[in-house]
Design a protein around this ligand. Sequence first.
Ligand SMILES: Cc1cc2nc3c(=O)[nH]c(=O)nc-3n(C[C@H](O)[C@H](O)[C@H](O)COP(=O)(O)OP(=O)(O)OC[C@H]3O[C@@H](n4cnc5c(N)ncnc54)[C@H](O)[C@@H]3O)c2cc1C
Length: 630
Amino acid sequence: MRRSVFRTSAALLMAATLVGCGSSTTTPTTTAQETTKAAEETTQAAEATGAGVSGEFEGTGKGFEGDVTVKITVKDGALESATIVGDKETPNVGGNAIEKMMSEMNEHHTVNIDSVSGATYTSNGVQEAIAAALAAAGMTNKDFPEIEKVAAQTIEKETSLLILGGGGAGLTCGNSALDSGLKDVTILEKMSYTGGATSNAGGIDAGLSKLQEEVGLTGDSAQLIHDDIMASGENHNEDLVWIMANNQGKTLDWLKETENVPFNDRYASDFPEHTVQRFFVCEGGMSNAMEILTNNFTSKGGKLELETKAEEFITDDEGRVVGVVATDADGNTIKYKADAVVVATGGYGANAEMISEKKGDLQYAVFYGVKSSMGDGQKMGEAVGAKMLNMGYAKMYPNGISKGEDTIEGYATPMPTLTTVNTTGAFFVNKDSKRFVNETLAFADIKNATIKQPDEIMYIVMDQTGYDTWSEMVSTNTSAVGNISMEQQEEFFNSDSDHPTFARGTLKEAAEKAGLDPEALSAELKKWNETVESGTDSEFGRTALTKFDEDSTVYIIEQRLRFATTLGGYDVTANFEAQKEDGTVIPGLYAIGEVTAGCNGTEAIPGSMAAWAVTSGYTCGQQLAELLSK
Ligand SMILES: Cc1cc2nc3c(=O)[nH]c(=O)nc-3n(C[C@H](O)[C@H](O)[C@H](O)COP(=O)(O)OP(=O)(O)OC[C@H]3O[C@@H](n4cnc5c(N)ncnc54)[C@H](O)[C@@H]3O)c2cc1C
């Protein structure tokens, strides 16, 4: 017989804490009896193979970035305590998952714990390590109690400002609203951690900030910021562009001075898209900025509900959005009533279905952004008649590689590819086996050239030296989105799939496997070597000229377009109000960050997406605090 314990659901604990607190009210619809029962721990007699086992046992599993170790202390067959160590896991994601799993084990004295949503690799590593520790103890999962979940309930809550999504836009909006005097602000975040895509960004644009002046970048103006944004892509909403131009500097000043986020430096390289350089980086990266903003939000009294997913808007008879229905990790349904709802749920690149519906260039590209970008906010908006703009567009880059046939996910390999064409005889061809571009140009130029090729794909053709350079850099890349291990590369070479295309062999063998015409490729290779001999690439102007070793094994690897950020979403007013097709607003509904469209048009300049997230969040938070405090 297995022992069982009941878990007091997080929602119930939260409910108990919130009752009578400020203007928030919580009404669980379960009976008091059920609540008491849920909180109770029932322990039944053990009939276990491991009864009587005592000692400390350790096991190791593979997490996201490295090993995860679980140590269990067992006394007379019962779990006394557990520790989990995974130093290399991303603190904000895997680190949080480890904390959560460890406290579940210690609270319920069991190894039978759930994985944490959004932290699959770390969770799997912990489960693997638990299994190894159990094996060392000569025990199995059956020797420990199951945590029994209480029946799902419907809970009602109220808040003044309800923000959906705890990424850059949501966290800045929440903090700014609290700083501006609003008392009752709640953020719902569907993952077990905050930060969203923003945690992965390199930095933000902040023209006209004090920092820009401090580091000696002078001559910027709102007009120049506006003009730089407008020069890139189409379909801009100029009202939003002006909000960005007038407020991105103020936003950085606020982040630094009020929120103590350590933005102290500019990005090391210049971007041609910026007339005056204005891209700034945070010490410890944007994930550090997100962590600080999360702590600030909760310590100011903001309510953060993790693992709580917004599902649909609640509207009244006049079509005003008056709240949101959400679900939590325990399966409870929570009905939030709010004076205003702000959607800050980010993009939709991870949603294969939405991508295939939207077509455009997206159908050819691979996604290397975050799993939380599922387009929830856009879908919820469409269900209440909100107008969406620019839905077929994303911020595209070159040098992406598909992860497989049944996924839209991919790797980002820009630097290995650039280094390889700069230092070896590697060159790019399209599906017709033709060179079409100076391979050493800026990424934006390579992307623009790739988009014009059949199926928007190209291939890097390498000799042995070229492949050695490329594969070494790719396999040692420290970024998860850019690392393809040597084992994985071997698997790709040995697979018949063209997702991704990895081909090698004689020129004929490699070309045939890659779906290229061997004769056309052979002619292009000869032409390349003649170009190198002549000393001038008269067709495309490449100056890094190295001969391709014609006796070498030939390697052909695909290079697709890739994106992490979508540009389509809510068409909002200058006050961030969601609009319908007829231009009227949906009262009570606001949107900020990547879930909105128009500030960055159909093509964002560097730093402008994350800047829009925090600038729209900061500005919207101030505006709504004023509106809701009246
Ligand atoms: C790898 C990578 C690199 C990038 N580099 C840069 C860069 O250098 N510069 C730049 O300007 N931009 C960059 N970007 C883009 C930029 O980071 C994003 O566009 C921007 O930060 C989006 O902010 P956001 O707050 O709108 O969305 P996010 O930060 O994605 O936050 C959205 C949050 O909402 C949550 N959520 C989603 N659905 C729900 C739901 N139903 N209920 C509750 N919560 C929900 C998500 O879990 C997430 O936490 C990069 C993006 C990626 C992925």
